[in-house]
Design a protein around this ligand. Sequence first.
Ligand code: NAD
Ligand code: DAU
Length: 354
Amino acid sequence: MNTTTKNILITGGAGFIGSHVVRRFVKNYPQYRIVNLDKLTYAGNLANLQDIEEADNYSFIRGDITDATFIDELFNTQQFDSVIHLAAESHVDRSISSPLEFVLTNVVGTVNLLNAARRYWSDKLDQCRFYHISTDEVYGTLGETGMFTETTAYDPHSPYSASKASSDHFVRAYHDTYGLPIVISNCSNNYGPNQFPEKLIPLAIHNIRNNRPVPVYGTGENVRDWLYVIDHAIAIDTVFHRAENGKTYNIGGHNEWKNIDLIRLLCKIMDKKLERASGTSEKLITFVKDRAGHDLRYAIDASRIKAELDWAPSLQFEEGLERTVSWYLENETWLNNVTSGDYLNYYEQQYLHR
Ligand code: NAD
Ligand code: DAU
């Protein structure tokens, strides 16, 4: 690909992963123009990007990818040559209580972007790229052994993963049917600064800090493969610049943890950071009713991206978790702002009425 100038639409850039991707592109590629399109749902937060909001090569547009007319006009006026698509409803528990929103944003929103790209890129397909960011959850669940590869059959179980699987299929269909230049990556669980505290790690940090119960679903035996969010942003940068059209890459941390073991490690780190007696935070662990359709285990085989694009995770989990805890403790205002208002209603519905 030509890397001298680019006009890139990043969707979902005020969310967790998107904000790290936007920051990386704005800082590392001053010759690119970066437009961040985000609806700013409960999960989107412009405070995530305060440090780069004045950059010359950056602009923010508030808008909804489910609005086809708006998306069409945006492509018409902004003349993008690349899309990095992260905007999504991303939380499995919310998808269980409100599946339709996941269909609208994750499926219809993605198809709107594909349609606009197809329309505006028809005479310059070789200079364009549509990069769809997806998840390992599309592959379903593993037993005690094995790993997801890029050829593992799709087998989603939650409304969230079903909507992401559907969007992946549409992206590939637009490549095969219309020749749209696409790439897809499917990543494992991310953690790090700026993650909304509905997800396991920031929720546990927030509750431990406030001496509140730490909810562990079921028996805590479910396994996730954790990757530091900045390593994911580096992988996205690598795939965006170096992958061949039509390709898929799995991205993961080679870092599997049972939820209960992860929470115990987090409790130890928090005891130290908060200068509490050893074992204090572990007493907060509370086993609660399991998530419906809860996938037992995810594990990514990331050998293709290592072999072909020379990407591998850079950070050890213990170090990444320490950094993450420090970030949340040092950014109390960020955490307090996002855990007021709607969050309290969500928390009550999700945890106090289980
Ligand atoms: P997030 O929920 O933190 O952020 C999503 C962003 O999308 C928010 O800023 C939100 O305002 C925006 N958005 C939602 N609906 C929109 C709409 N209709 N129009 C425009 N913007 C809208 O999510 P995240 O965890 O940063 O995930 C980003 C992407 O990465 C998602 O596509 C997700 O499926 C994928 N992913 C996430 C993980 C993970 O562990 N978090 C792992 C693999 C893949
Ligand atoms: O695997 C990638 C996926 O990881 C992404 O596609 C999703 O967007 C992202 O939300 C994440 O999904 P999970 O469902 O794995 O993440 P979550 O943080 O919600 O839960 C992690 C594990 O912890 C899971 O097994 C459920 C469990 N859990 C979660 C919460 C919120 C608990 O035990 N207690 C909790 O309170």
